[in-house]
Design a protein around this ligand. Structure first.
Ligand code: BES
Ligand code: MN
Ligand code: ZN
Length: 488
């Protein structure tokens, strides 16, 4: 896994400002108030900080911004970073401020003089998440990256355990999503999940023979054109009471989506290495839950397949039977995600009788047309569960927007020769995909479908991530589990 920036809390030691090498960050409020550390830096630099605070430029500085003073006189550091932040920063503000520091930090060691700042853990989380780099395939990786020390008045009461658990989960998701498909084959993906047994998760890998026996023909038909074997991996975290029904998380893990015989155009096809994003989020969430020893029962299931054209590949017009027993006419082999999910969802419900089920998938291009890269599409048959999820996502700053379901959309899936088709035509492409999945949700099962095609990996940096994989959803799901099962 990519390395997390080493970070630690230490009790405030004002003398460190003068002697620290690398970079030193101080915090000033948006209305220009200095804390003790800022005043010390001001004295060392013979009033440079005060002059900055009185300048026109500072008046325009928004909270969360960093203004860098290079090679400050009177200090050993090569830069003094002045972070503009309210002392009572919110969770989101503190994380964004940490991210802003990460952006200027580069490879240098950084000392942050946080004084009595509220939410220093969130500042640390934002810093770690924005300092992420995927360098697994860079031959000459960047030089040794310096660590971060945060000086805080209450350092001995602070813990980085939950920050590390969440950051580890998000970074695992990002690494999986960023990894190219020649490296992250279905087998490699499964192996990386099995490794998480070391964290106390129970992990099982179901191979093709087992999937065949279970009748998962819709899942298997997607992978049948690839040399990489299809797999379903089941991860169980039993941190809750014995016998309590778990929450089920189900992820689409198409390690590469060529479209199959309904081949995608060449331009941009390389982006389909991220088509396992749903499975990546399930994996990262399970990791975070295990690392922080969540007092909840959660089971994560991922369907790992590769969608390739070949003489064995499923054809448009083929009819396949799902594990549920319903038959599907495959009109378009590029609408493969729903074929994978429907079998894994059915299996999850049959085996675990979960209290609720959430599936995640980079399912449709149409959701990007509708919501862009700011929000995932949220589809649900249960207002209470949906509301709880939207609240958790909002609290974590992960965009999520509810979309409609309805029987009129379901009609579009009618097939002449089978129980349903796998596509509904151009209109409402994300909704008909969700309607397809809803056919595999058992009566009374609270369910959410998250279409993350627009948010799993993006071409521009986001507030907490560099370009590429974001890890969207790990923090929201982790919080939802805490809210729903652990009393918040
Ligand atoms: N994996 C794609 C969806 C996707 C598109 C994810 C862009 C990320 C970025 C999915 O399997 C797919 O191909 N969907 C088709 C469905 C269509 C054939 C009904 C699509 O969106 O075009
Ligand atoms: Mn596809
Ligand atoms: Zn796909």
């Amino acid at each position: 896994m990519s390395r997390l920036t080493p970070i630690s809390f230490e009790t405030s030691e004002i003398e460190a400002i003068a002697s620290a090498t690398g970079r030193v960050a101080i915090i000033v409020t948006p209305d220009g108030k200095m804390d003790k550390a800022a005043r010390r830096a001001n004295r060392l630099t013979k009033g440079a900080v005060a002059r900055l605070l009185e300048s026109d430029g500072f008046g325009a500085a928004k909270p969360g911004k960093v203004i860098t003073m290079a090679w400050p006189a009177g200090m050993a550091a090569e830069a003094l970073d002045v972070l503009v932040l309210e002392r009572r920063a919110s969770v989101i503000e503190a994380r964004k401020a940490g991210a802003a520091l990460a952006k200027v930090k580069g490879d240098k060691a950084l000392l942050v003089m946080a004084g009595g700042l509220a939410r220093p853990e969130d500042l640390a989380l934002g810093l770690i998440l924005r300092d992420y780099r995927f360098e697994a395939h860079k031959t000459a990786p960047d030089t040794e990256v310096g660590g971060v020390t945060i000086h805080h008045t209450k350092a001995d009461e602070l813990s980085l355990d939950s920050v590390r658990a969440i950051a580890d989960g998000v970074v695992m998701t990002r690494d999986l999503v960023n990894e190219p498909a020649n490296v992250l084959t279905t087998t490699e993906f499964a192996d990386r999940l099995v490794e998480m047994q070391g964290l106390g998760l129970k992990v099982e890998v179901l191979d093709e023979a087992k999937l065949e026996e279970l009748g998962m023909r819709t899942l298997l038909c997607v992978g049948q054109g690839s040399d990489s074997p299809s797999k379903v991996v089941v991860m169980q975290w039993n941190g809750g009471a014995d016998g309590d029904a778990p929450l089920a998380l189900v992820g689409k893990g198409v390690v590469f989506d060529t479209g199959g015989i309904s081949l995608k155009p060449a331009g941009g096809m390389e982006d389909m290495t991220m088509d396992m994003g749903g499975a990546g989020v399930v994996a990262g969430t399970m990791r975070a839950l295990a690392m922080r020893k969540a007092r909840a029962n959660v089971v994560g299931l991922v369907g790992l397949v590769e969608n390739m054209p070949s003489s064995n590949a499923v054809r448009p017009g083929d009819v396949v039977r799902s594990m549920k027993g319903d038959t599907v006419e495959v009109i378009n082999t590029d609408a493969e995600g729903r074929l994978v999910l429907c079998d894994v969802m059915w299996y999850a419900q049959e085996r675990f009788k979960p209290a609720g089920m959430i599936d995640l998938a980079t399912l449709t291009g149409a959701i990007i047309v509708g919501l862009g890269h700011e929000n995932a599409g949220v589809f649900s048959n249960d207002d209470a569960l949906c509301k709880a999820f939207l609240k958790a996502a909002d609290a974590e700053g992960e965009g999520a927007w509810r979309m409609p379901l309805g029987t009129a959309y379901d009609e579009l899936l009618k097939s002449r020769i089978a129980d349903m088709k796998n596509i509904g035509g151009r209109p409402a492409g994300s909704i008909t995909a969700a309607q397809f999945l809803l056919r595999f949700v058992q009566d009374g099962m609270p369910w959410i479908h998250l279409d993350i095609a627009g948010v799993a990996s993006v071409k521009a940096e986001t507030s907490l991530a560099p370009k590429g994989a974001t890890g969207w959803g790990v923090m929201a799901l982790n919080r939802l589990v805490a809210d729903m099962f652990e009393g918040g």
